[in-house]
Design a protein around this ligand. Structure first.
Ligand SMILES: NC(=O)c1ccc[n+]([C@@H]2O[C@H](COP(=O)([O-])OP(=O)(O)OC[C@H]3O[C@@H](n4cnc5c(N)ncnc54)[C@H](OP(=O)(O)O)[C@@H]3O)[C@@H](O)[C@H]2O)c1
Length: 250
């Protein structure tokens, strides 16, 4: 198959590209670094593409910015998919985000609506936070690292990518079963374990974020439900596989 991966240079996207190629597929990476701007609609050509996996993302806690980003990206992809006759749009969302549409999650809720109402047959996979997320979200403050007060059941980004590639290989499925990691863990605890494993134990402070977004993070709104599929890769197994972070990170 020919699979286009929007956000194929990102955390989950790079795994999706690698795994799709290992499975024998041809991949096209859609990202600004590859000359494609999905917000501005520049540089996009989906000729011959069978399926698009959208794992593009933006870094914001603003509901309006996140909504603007995900609506623009989805609309750009839909237009190009229609022109090229692409038969399957696979999108990655976040477990619980659509039911708590505040801050960044408003953007994911808007993306889910746009995909489901769009002109191209679709599959939406909702996953929990990646193990990588703890280091991405942590803000340094002197010797301390601040993370949002948050309950999560994190999962390996590579496992999410593997599931996305499998979904793209099959017919559009609508809402796919949610995907989560094997165990619940506070974001602060995840960062402590990741930084300790890297040999640079972090002093971590939990910060309760304000508003509906902060409440969703704290109250379990983004934890998986009983029907979620649980991936077997634990944080310790994942830590055994990831390369050491470079100095200054982690
Ligand atoms: N992080 C998590 O824990 C988590 C959990 C569940 C679901 N998700 C969802 O998974 C998706 C990917 O997350 P991630 O952490 O892998 O993201 P990421 O590492 O921040 O990567 C974002 C990707 O989007 C591309 N991109 C950004 N703006 C673009 C634009 N205007 N045009 C084209 N490409 C653009 C980036 O490439 P360029 O900069 O080169 O454009 C990059 O490849 C997001 O939609 C996120 O909501 C994330």
């Amino acid at each position: 198959m020919r699979i286009a991966i929007a956000g194929g240079t990102g955390t989950v996207g790079a795994h999706a590209v690698r795994l799709a190629e290992e499975a024998g597929h041809e991949t096209i990476v859609l990202s600004r670094a590859n000359g494609v701007d999905l917000v501005l609609g520049r540089g996009l050509d989906l000729t011959g593409v069978d399926a698009v996996i959208d794992v593009s993302g933006t870094s914001t806690t603003s509901a309006s910015k996140a909504t603007g980003f995900f609506e623009a990206v989805t609309s750009t992809l839909h237009r190009a998919e229609r022109e090229a006759g692409v038969g399957h749009h696979v999108a990655l969302s976040i477990v619980g985000a659509a039911a708590a549409p505040h801050g960044y999650y408003a953007g994911k809720a808007a993306q889910e609506r746009a995909v489901a109402a769009g002109p191209v047959p679709w599959t939406i996979l909702r996953a929990t936070q990646f193990f990588e997320f703890a280091e991405q979200v942590a803000v340094p403050l002197g010797a301390w690292r601040i993370v949002p007060a948050m309950r999560s059941q994190p999962v390996a980004a590579a496992s999410v990518a593997a599931r996305l590639v499998r979904l793209a290989e099959h017919a559009p499925a609508g809402d796919a079963p949610d995907l989560a990691g094997p165990a619940e863990m506070r974001m602060a605890e995840l960062l402590r374990r990741v930084s300790a494993a890297r040999g640079r134990p972090a002093r971590v402070i939990e910060l309760p974020l304000p508003g509906g977004f902060g409440r969703a993070l704290r109250n379990g709104a983004v934890l998986p439900g009983p029907d979620a599929q649980l991936d077997g890769v634990s944080v310790d197994e994942w830590l055994g596989e990831v390369p050491q972070a470079s100095e200054g990170q982690g």
